[in-house]
Design a protein around this ligand. Structure first.
Ligand code: ATP
Length: 233
């Protein structure tokens, strides 16, 4: 349903991604892995219109058009890393921001309750300032805010970043549940073990190029690590 064709993207004169051809299957969880600076976040930013690109991005076969907020209205929703919450706003105010697409505003309280069913801890902390949350809770706010936009495709950037292992497990339990409920997920993740364990498909990006695209079921963690750390050449 979501596809890139010869996608290149970067910042000013610097090209970071080169000729990326990827297909993200509907209902599947696709993990994008790769070393620091490989261009994973830039890929999500290109998909959501936050950095300019050349080449094509197709949603259901048609070129994606419009700014970031138009894309959210079409169901393509990005969850940035958890530190990017509005610190001076409450948890619930942060969550409501996710529901700005017109199609999400009609049944706001049902939408909120559905989201809280995934994140009961956020309900307990709904009146707390987001700036005073733990890292794991802030990550949940970022994900909850994305859910409020009723995504067809949820693009999640590094949900494990800076979190203790037990909290990482908690966050990934929720990601598994979202997948089971039919959300198409694109996950950027440095932790290859966990990225592989939840994925249907895995793409490895190194130095801005896709060097491996395979179903997760056939990938052995050792081989993935060999490719991950392989020298250019
Ligand atoms: P990490 O896992 O460390 O977050 P990544 O694979 O997500 O890495 P990106 O954040 O996409 O990598 O960065 C890819 C390259 O683009 C890096 O060399 C980075 O320095 C550069 N870059 C990222 N953001 C900008 C920016 N705003 N302006 C200029 N260069 C940038």
């Amino acid at each position: 349903m979501l596809e890139t064709r010869n996608l290149s993207a970067g910042y000013g004169a610097i090209t970071v991604l080169w000729d990326v051809n990827l297909k993200f299957r509907a209902g599947a969880l696709t993990s994008i892995v790769g070393p620091n600076g490989a261009g994973k976040t830039t890929l999500l930013r290109a998909l959501t219109g936050l950095v300019p690109h050349t080449g094509e991005i197709l949603l259901d076969g048609a070129p994606l058009k419009g700014k970031t907020w138009d894309l959210a209205a079409q169901g393509l929703v990005m969850v940035p890393e958890g530190r990017l919450v509005f610190r001076d706003m409450t948890v619930e105010e942060n969550l409501f921001l996710g529901a700005y697409p017109a199609r999400c505003r009609g049944d706001l309280s049902a939408n909120l309750e559905r989201m809280y069913s995934f994140f009961p801890r956020l309900k307990e902390r709904r009146a707390q300032l987001a700036g005073s949350l733990s890292g794991g809770e802030a990550q949940m706010v970022a994900m909850g805010r994305g859910l409020m936009a009723k995504p067809r495709i949820l693009l999640i950037d590094e949900p494990s970043l800076g979190l203790a292992p037990v909290i990482v497990n908690e966050v990934f339990e929720i990601i598994r549940r979202l997948k089971e409920e039919g959300t198409t997920i694109v996950l950027i993740e440095q932790n290859t073990r966990i990225a592989l364990s939840v994925a249907d498909d895995v793409h490895l990006i190194r130095s801005g190029k896709v060097v491996m695209s395979e179903p997760a079921a056939g990938i052995d963690l050792d081989r993935l690590h060999d490719l991950y750390f392989a020298r250019e050449g």
